[in-house]
Structures are given as C-alpha cells and as structure tokens.
Design a protein around this ligand. Structure first.
Ligand code: NDP
Length: 487
C-alpha cells in the first residue's frame, strides 16, 4: 500500500495499532486503489488516549508560554521541511491536485502553528482597579480538547485546531475524517519530534460514532468540529450534555456580488477560484454568483471560456489543475445536483457531467460546471453541493442583491467586486457572513479570524480570537482595604 502509516492511531507520543477495531481503507480517488488499511479506535483505546491526554496536558500546561511557543515553532519548521512528502500523501488521500497541496495544505498548517507559537508567550489576563481592591484575570487552558475534521483540508484542519489549543496549554484528541485519515498522523509525529510531550496531541481513527463519543464524553472539555451543518448540530447536542465549549466550522452557500463597475477579469478569477479550487470542495466557496444585469452577458462569456481551459488530470502531475472528487459518495452527490439543475430548468454554460481522464478510467472526475438562468428557489441555489458547480444569477440594485444574498440559513462568507469604495464597505456591513472579501475571494491568512454566522457556525478559528476559544478566564479579586458588612 502506497501510503500505509506504521499504525492506525497515535496515542501517548507513539503509533498504536488496535486490530480489534473495525478495518477500513483509504482510497486514492483518481484510481480507486486502496493506499492504506487502518482500524477504527476501540473504546479501550479511547480510554487510553484520554488518560494520556490528561497526563500530557498537566505537563504541557506547566511549561511557560515561551517554552510551548518555541516547541510549536520548531514543529512548524519540521512541517515545512516535510512539505513535499506530506503533500503527496494529502494528494493520494484526497485526490486534490499536487499543484494545490504543495502550497495550500501542510504549508498553511505550518503558517498556523508558527503563528500560534509566536503568540503562546503572550497569552495573558487583565488588571482591573477598584477603590478598595483590584482584580486580575488569568487566562487558563480548558483541559482536554477534541478536534473533529472534515475530509477536504485534512492537515490544515488538524493544524488550525491543534495550534491554538496547544498554544493555550491544552491537550487534544483529534479525529480525522475516516475518508482522509493519513496526514493528521504525520502531524502527530512532527509534534513529538519537535518536543511536544507524549499525550498532548493524539490521533484516533473512527467514524461518526467516535465523533459522537468525543462530543459527549464528560472528561473532554471542548469540542471543535469542521463539517456539515447537520453534523455540527449533533456535536453541539452531544456537548450540551456536559456543557462543553464548542467551535463549529460548518457549511455554506456563499454569495459573490459582482457590480457593473467591477474589474470583470478579477471578478471572473474570484468566481473561478471560489468555485473550482480543490474541485469545489471548500466550505467558503462563493457558489451563488450574483452579477449586475448590464455586465452579466460579458461575465458569463469570460467565465465559460476560462472554465473550459481548466485542466483535469492525474493529481500527481504538477500541470493538473483539478483532481477527482474525494469519494464515490461525494461523486454521486455532485452528479445528482448537476442532474437536478438541468431538470429544474437552469441553463448549462459549461460542464454538467462526469469527466473522462485518459489513463484514469476509475477516477471520480466531474466537469467544472456553470449554471445560468438559476432561480433562487432551485435546490442547486439553496443547498451546499460541495463540488465544482457554480450558479450565476443577475440583479438590478444593491438592495435586491443584499436581500437575495442574505436569503439563506448559511452565513460563512461573501465576496464583493466593485471599484466603488463606499459601496464595498456598505455591502460588507450589510451582508450576513463571517468573512467578507472585497475584490478577492477565499484568502484565509492565519492572522485573520475565520468562521461563520447563522447556521454556518459558532466561534472563530485563526487570529487572536481563536485563543479565546481554547482558554477560559478566571477572575481573582483581592481586597486592599476594609470591606464594609451591612449586618
Ligand atoms: P461531515 O459533517 O460529514 O463530517 C465532519 C466530521 O464529523 C467527520 O470527521 C465525520 O466523521 C464526523 N462526524 C460524522 N458524524 C458525526 C457525529 N454524529 N458526531 C460527531 N462527529 C461526526 O462533513 P464532511 O467531512 O463531509 O465535510 C464536508 C462539510 O464540511 C461541508 O459541509 C463543508 O462545508 C464543511 N466544512 C466547513 C469548513 C469550515 O471551516 N466552516 C471547512 C471545511 C469543510 P466521518 O467522516 O469519519 O464520518
């Protein structure tokens, strides 16, 4: 097997196998070939991971923030050194083109670990003065945090969750998606090599049942999940039983608003990247592209021309732009939405079906697809597809654009293309989204908080804000003068 790890899990600073757990395989979606065979965690291994995390957390939290930061920055360096090898595993596990994984996956994970490593020494409370005393606050770790990942950005998600958690002095048990189980294990190896104590970052393999255990177990203090809205609701329900902290990074159906005064080529680039990068499997994609009526025709022509030039192919070929979808289930789902768009009366500007790639007859490839004449009520315009399917609609006024852009339960992101500075800020304030990009799309530098509003999520990853979601404040009041008692 091409990407077989030494064992399925990583617990207490080492690889661990437990063959009593149900076996499953990781499949390379470009060929259908099994690249690794693993086992799901058993309850006994879960208990072992919990005990290791408890011990590891006590040791880790006792170190100074500066020391934790130094170790995390070392981990970031090692991750960068191993970028090529990890990118190849990520491509085999997800099917994403190596052209992307080399620059966007482990690389963004390293940026994140470096950033939180730099902040670790500066995690602090505040001081509040009173006439007869003062208070100070301590920012303390939560304890044991659970991370549950989606399959689209496996090592990035593992890094975005573990870096702020570890910077704050927590331990983490991370469950990757069973569809993409491999690179979280590499991250665990790297943390150990960098000097993170045993038990501080553990990886357990499993499906929804393990996710549910992590969400509801009383010994776990926080759960952060990246996944669909339905899964987020289940995680929150499980966490409610023990009033855990939650961070929910969920799905979206984000709008891109293109005004007539925009740089149309830039807007076309934003729409292309914001729909087709990672074969469309990105939570924040701008899948509803609203274009002001007077430029709609020109926009769609440019868009279709650019989309037709996208190269589908072998994901390991550096010239390939788009790889296959991640799994057969996702392939069937995306094709069913393409069919639904046609049957509900939308017009195909390009794509719309499965794609053939020479030499890869079993690859789960689909064509980059653009629907026009899309009505807001159509399911392709309302539901998250999570594949390369773009809907183009037109509008006549700012008010109309905002009303329609906000007419969704999701609220992850939005894009605004205009040269009018006042309009850009006006729209940014009115659109219901956790992140708004003006004249760009889908840029997520680690310094910028990221997360959703409405059903797209709770809490923020990245930026200083993430530290608040992995720590808790203790207030300490100290009297410096006599306290009056009324009786
Ligand atoms: P899922 O919701 O299917 O799964 C997400 C994770 O939750 C997986 O690890 C999954 O395990 C696990 N899980 C499944 N059921 C439960 C449960 N009952 N309790 C706890 N955990 C559970 O999402 P996908 O993996 O299909 O990813 C796609 C979704 O993720 C899209 O909706 C996308 O928008 C969203 N996403 C959001 C991002 C954000 O930052 N806002 C970023 C990336 C994706 P398993 O896979 O093993 O079944």
């Amino acid at each position: 097997m091409r990407a077989q790890p030494p064992a399925s899990h990583y617990v207490d600073g080492a690889y661990v196998e437990d063959e009593a757990g149900e076996a499953f395989e990781s499949i390379y979606p470009a060929t259908g070939e099994a690249i690794a065979r693993l086992h799901m965690a058993t309850p006994a291994l879960f208990d072992r991971a919990l005990a290791a995390a408890k011990r590891g957390q006590a040791e880790w939290a006792a170190k100074s923030g500066a020391e934790r930061g130094r170790i995390l920055r070392r981990a970031a360096e090692i991750l960068r050194e191993k970028n090529d090898a990890i990118s190849e595993i990520e491509t085999l596990d997800t099917g994403k083109a190596v052209q992307e994984t080399l620059v966007a996956d482990a690389a963004s994970g390293a940026d994140c670990i470096e950033y939180f490593g730099a902040l670790a020494a500066d995690i602090r409370g505040s001081h509040i003065e009173f006439p007869n005393g003062f208070a100070y606050t301590r920012r303390e770790p939560l304890g044991i945090c659970a991370g549950i990942g989606a399959w689209n950005y496996p090592i990035q998600i593992a890094s975005w969750k573990s870096a702020p958690a570890l910077a704050c002095g927590n331990a983490m048990i991370f469950k990757p998606s069973e569809v993409t189980p491999l690179t979280a294990l590499k991250l665990a190896e790297i943390y150990t090599e960098a000097g993170v104590p045993a038990g501080v970052f553990n990886v357990l393999q499993g499906g929804g049942a393990l996710g549910a255990m992590l969400s509801s177990h009383p010994a776990i203090d926080k759960v952060s999940v990246t996944g669909s809205v339905g899964t987020g609701a289940k995680v929150m329900g499980g966490a409610a039983e023990t009033t855990k902290h939650v961070t929910l990074e969920l799905g979206g159906k984000s709008p891109i608003l293109v005004f007539a005064d925009a740089d149309l080529d830039a807007a076309v680039s934003g729409a292309i990247l914001g729909n087709f990068y990672s074969t469309g499997q990105i939570c924040s994609n701008g899948t509803r592209v609203f274009v002001e009526r007077s430029v709609r025709q020109a926009f769609v022509e440019k868009l279709a021309e650019r989309a037709k030039a996208i190269r589908l192919g072998d994901p390991l070929d550096p010239e390939t732009h788009l790889g296959p979808l991640v799994s057969k289930a996702q392939y069937d789902r995306v094709l069913s939405y393409m069919e639904l768009g046609r049957s509900q009366g939308a017009t195909l500007a390009c794509g719309g079906k499965a794609a053939e790639v020479a030499g890869l007859p079993n690859g789960l490839f689909v064509e980059p697809t653009i629907f026009t004449d899309v009505d807001d009520t159509m399911r392709i315009a309302r539901e998250e597809i999570f594949g390369p399917v773009m809907c183009v609609m037109d509008f006549d006024s700012e008010d109309e654009a905002i009303r329609r852009a906000n007419a969704t339960d999701f609220g992850l992101a939005a894009g605004i293309y205009t040269r009018d500075l006042s309009r850009a800020h006006r729209m940014a304030a009115r659109v219901a989204a956790g992140t708004v990009w003006v004249n760009s799309y889908n840029l997520t530098p680690v310094e910028m908080p990221f997360g959703g509003v409405k059903r797209s999520g709770i809490g923020r990853e990245n930026g200083r804000e993430a530290l608040e979601h992995y720590s808790q404040v203790k207030s300490v009041y100290l009297a410096t003068g006599p306290e009056e008692a009324p009786y």
